[in-house]
Each structure stands twice: as C-alpha cells, then as structure tokens.
Design a protein around this ligand. Sequence first.
Ligand SMILES: C[S@@+](CC[C@H](N)C(=O)[O-])C[C@H]1O[C@@H](n2cnc3c(N)ncnc32)[C@H](O)[C@@H]1O
Length: 355
Amino acid sequence: MTSFTDALDLAFTAQSRGCVIFGSPFSALVLEAMQADARQGGVYARLMQPFEDLDLDGVMQAAAPLRPLGWLHALVLKGRAPRLARLYPPNPAPDPEALRAEIVRLAGDLYEEAEAFLTSPPQTNEVRRTLCLLPGFTTIAAETCLPLRTFEIGASAGLNLNWDRFHYRLGEAGQWGDPASPVQISGDWTGAPPPLGPVEITTRRGCDIAPVDVRDTDQALRLQAFIWADQTERMVRLRAAMALAIDQSALPEQADAADWVEANLRPQKGVTTVLYHSVMWRYMPEATRARIAAHMAKMGEAAAPDAPLAWLSMEPPPHMSTRMDLELTLWPKGGLRRLAQVHPHGAAVDWSPEG
Ligand SMILES: C[S@@+](CC[C@H](N)C(=O)[O-])C[C@H]1O[C@@H](n2cnc3c(N)ncnc32)[C@H](O)[C@@H]1O
C-alpha cells in the first residue's frame, strides 16, 4: 500500500512554487502533474515510496521532487521520449492533462529505470554563481595585492574552478574577464561597482565527495538533466563550461571537504590562499562543518600580511530567504564580513559590503 504523505505533498507544492519564483514555470507544471497523479495513489506515489518515512525537512533535504523531474528531462535529452519532447520546451506550454497522461505512461513503462535514477540525489553545478563569487575574489586580490591560490570545496563537476576564464557583465557596474570567453555570464547588479582589477591564479584545485566527471557521457547528461527544461540560457552556459573544463583539464578531486581542507589549506608566503564554496555548506554534517571552521580559525592565526588566508562563501542564511549571502573572512585581520546578498542561481547581486 503506497501513501503519498503530507510531507511529500507539501514538498511538491513548495518545490513547484520555488520553480515559479526562480523562473521555471514549466518545471512547476511537471511537478503539479506528478503531484496530481501521486495524490490519487498513482505511479508517482510508488516512486516516492523511499521518501515516505521522512518529514518535510527530510524530503526537501533529499530533494525528492527534483529527482523524477530530472529523470523525465534526461529521457527528453537522450531522445528516448519523443512524445514527451513534443510537450517540452521550446514547444508552447502543454495541456496539463496531456502532460500528466504522458509522464504517467512513461513512469509505468520504464518503472525500474525511473526507480534506479531516483536513488541518487540531484547533481548540479551552477556556473552563474561565479557572478556572485567574482567580486569576492577581486576584493581579496585588491586588499592583499597578491596572486590567489584557490581551493573550492563541494565543487561538483569543477566547472567553477575556471571562474577567471569566464567573461562577466555585472549590470551597469562593469565587465570583467576575456570578452572572447566561451562562457558568458551576466546578471543584475545593485550597489556601487566592486573592485574589478586583474586577478592572477597560481593554483586552482577543487574537491567533492561525489565529483561529476564531465568527460563521462552519462554523468554529463545527468548534470544537464537537472537544469530546468525551460531555462535555455542556463543550459547553454553549462555546456560551454563543461567543454572548457575538459579543455583545461580542471577537474575536481574526490574527497570529503573536511579531510581535504585539513590536508591542503594553509597560508603560503607570497600568495593569498583562498577557500571558497557555494551552496554546499548545509549538505555536510555539523561535525564536518565544525572541523573546517576550526581548521580555518587555526590557520588564520598563522596567516600574515605576506601570507594571507581568505574564506569566501556563497551560502543561504540560517533563516528561510530567497537570497543568499556572500561572505568573506580575510586573515591575518580576520572578522566575518558580508559583502553582498545574491540570487541563489547568480541572476542578481546586491553589493553592500560591510566594513
Ligand atoms: C548543490 S551542490 C553545489 C555544487 C557547486 N558548489 C555549485 O554551486 O554549483 C553541493 C555539492 O556539495 C557536495 N558535497 C556534499 N557534502 C560534501 C562533503 N562532505 N565534502 C565535499 N563535497 C560535498 C555534493 O556532492 C555536491 O556536489
């Protein structure tokens, strides 16, 4: 007997709203079609069975509603669901009943495959988040006047390791990078222009507990499948950044963030050592976060004006919000500073640095 629990139902509603807020009305439509089927005890209720013991937080943490959304998009991208593809962008918004009938048919026909796809969490690498990180890096470079040794944790496919090889348009605030870059990033900017001087990178390394290898066709496709189907610009950026990552061989290492930070992060003379991350902090257990914070505080004490240490993060604030915080701690001075409030996918930056 399957039960589509209240927690699951609420999670589908919350996720649909989130999709609308973050610019994907089509994904909301697909989620609503799955939810309508699940409420009647259909195939999507069965697919959600592994999550039925979780409370709302647990369901959202597991990103349960996004899993079947990614599975359907993967079928479309692989060319394995031509009837569904006719209901997907760039075609006009479909009739909700026709959409529901087709996604129910596919989940019934390909049940075991869907079940297997849903066992792993969504894997994303949001390239446009570099628009938010960029003014953090340029601030660090401006304040330390040294080249940067960069270390990213939770780097996913490592696409953002190449952040300095992208070209950026920061609304009215200016541009940065090589205008001929294959990866073009732009977003809205509020506030004064940030420092936009040149940055020299001496080291670019990243780690992830479950890195995506973009050289592997299946893994590359899975990454694309979790881009919302009506967000064409995001897909274009992702594909360009994947090609650049392969070209530059900038790939993340497999490691737990705390182990890796403890093993690699220490100040070095003549360069600024930078730890950075985006939208990964809450994915780690409390003990892992505490180890990283303790290591950085200890290394901060060892930092000096000619061997500075920086910690740059773009993460959600502790309370529910549609904005994230860009924060910086720069040792030897120390002290956490909020630099900006930013859109979770990097579409906008409200630059209002403290201190
Ligand atoms: C939502 S993704 C964000 C990826 C990327 N930072 C971005 O902004 O696009 C979170 C990433 O954190 C990684 N992660 C979770 N726990 C981790 C850990 N303990 N150590 C390293 N990476 C971890 C996940 O595998 C995933 O790739």
